[in-house]
Design a protein around this ligand. Structure first.
Ligand SMILES: [Mg+2]
Length: 381
């Protein structure tokens, strides 16, 4: 079997899909994207495709090595994401070739369902209670929200209070039996994180995500020592080597993105590395159905999985949502807040190719907002 065609599709709301076809007509799908830089990743996929055309798609490990390490200059979000989407598509082809779900090829299932969480925004404590009630009604047992909007370099007393009020409102709305996670989105300086984390501890969040920016990861060791709040990070880390120091800092949860961190091949290695530290896997996935399907396949086969993110109804999903490009929505029907394992071959996602080709003709130009402080200087988004 040989790879004969590799195509990419830029589809709303902000995604890039990759379709790999073989000479026997097998098709695999992947989702290689960096949010806000989809065109750049598309160009990277085109460059990597030069090597793959004519190759045996089943040599996934070897292709991963060549695509990730065969170039003298390597790593980073663009290449990591291009490789990730191609890797997902190759695993999809492998599963379809062997008529097995990817989790079976990864060693078989270790669980029958994967707990997923829902996004609840969190800009106003009053709205938060309503948003949480809606998700609890829909069966979810865990939600995630933003910690804050723009935060001063050293958070003011009012800004700290606003973060704490959100956590209090979430705990009150959820009761003791359900979970909430807080995403700081790298908006805090280390000084602000030190100020805020101890105040969140009484509300027992499941985890607090990206308390500081990746470039400030050396501060994580002091933060894990300071507070009992489980810390999570990793959506902006692109391979094993980047996860090692944060694990050594004592974080509780690693959050590689299946579409950024080298795909199924590398995320399973990251999960194993995390396991040696007693840390848990919670893949980042505010993306589309192929990235989620790939994440779930890893989740079904990974012992130290904590929970899975998913994007249904997330604020980014304007003009299209998680189910807009799939023919069979059943794999994405959550039961009691869980995705249920099935035996569909490959990634288990049935892409609506007609809808994808039509959406690609519209395309998108999604960019994240640029925020500024009151004094006009750049703020973290
Ligand atoms: Mg995040």
């Amino acid at each position: 079997m040989k790879i004969v065609r590799i195509e990419t599709f830029m589809v709303p709301p902000r995604w890039l899909f990759c379709r790999i076809e073989t000479d026997d007509g097998t098709v695999g799908w992947g989702e290689p994207v960096v949010e806000g830089r989809a065109e750049v990743v598309r160009a990277a996929v085109d460059v990597l495709a030069e090597y793959l055309i004519g190759q045996d798609p089943l040599r996934i490990q070897d292709h991963w090595q060549v695509l990730s390490k065969g170039g003298f200059y390597r790593d980073g979000p663009v290449l990591g994401s291009a490789v990730a989407g191609i890797d997902q598509a190759l695993w999809d082809i492998a599963g379809k070739t062997y008529d097995a779900p990817v989790h079976a090829l990864l060693g078989g299932p270790v669980r029958d369902r994967v707990r997923v969480y829902a996004w609840v925004g969190g800009d106003e404590p009053a709205e938060l209670a309503d948003a949480i009630a809606e998700q609890v009604e829909a069966g979810f047992t865990a939600v995630k929200m933003n910690a804050s909007g723009i935060v001063s370099p050293i958070a003011t007393s009012a800004e700290v209070d606003a973060v704490v009020q959100r956590a209090a409102a979430a705990r009150e709305a959820l009761g003791p039996g359900r979970d909430f996670a807080v995403d700081c989105h790298g908006r805090f300086t280390p000084a602000t994180a030190r100020r805020v984390l101890p105040e969140l501890a009484p509300f027992r969040p499941l985890f607090v995500e990206e308390p500081v920016l990746p470039e400030h990861h050396p501060a994580l060791a002091s933060l894990t020592a300071l507070s009992a709040v489980p810390l999570a990070t990793g959506e902006r880390i692109y391979g094993r080597a980047g996860f090692l120091p944060v694990l050594q800092s004592g974080i509780a949860v690693v959050q590689p993105d299946l579409s950024h961190a080298g795909g199924i091949s590398e995320v399973t290695r990251i999960a194993s590395l995390a396991d040696t530290f007693g840390a848990l896997l919670a893949p980042h996935c505010p993306l589309g159905p192929i990235a989620l399907a790939a994440s779930l396949q890893v989740g079904f086969a990974t012992p130290n999985l904590l929970i899975q993110e998913q994007s249904r109804g997330i604020h980014y999903n304007k003009d299209a949502d998680l189910l807009s490009y799939v023919l069979d929505t059943e794999p994405f029907r959550f039961v009691d807040g869980h995705a249920v394992r099935n035996q569909l071959p490959g990634l288990g996602v049935t892409v609506d190719e007609h809808a994808v080709r039509a959406a690609d003709r519209i395309g998108h130009s999604w960019r994240n907002p640029v925020w500024r402080h009151d004094d006009g200087s750049l703020a973290e988004w």
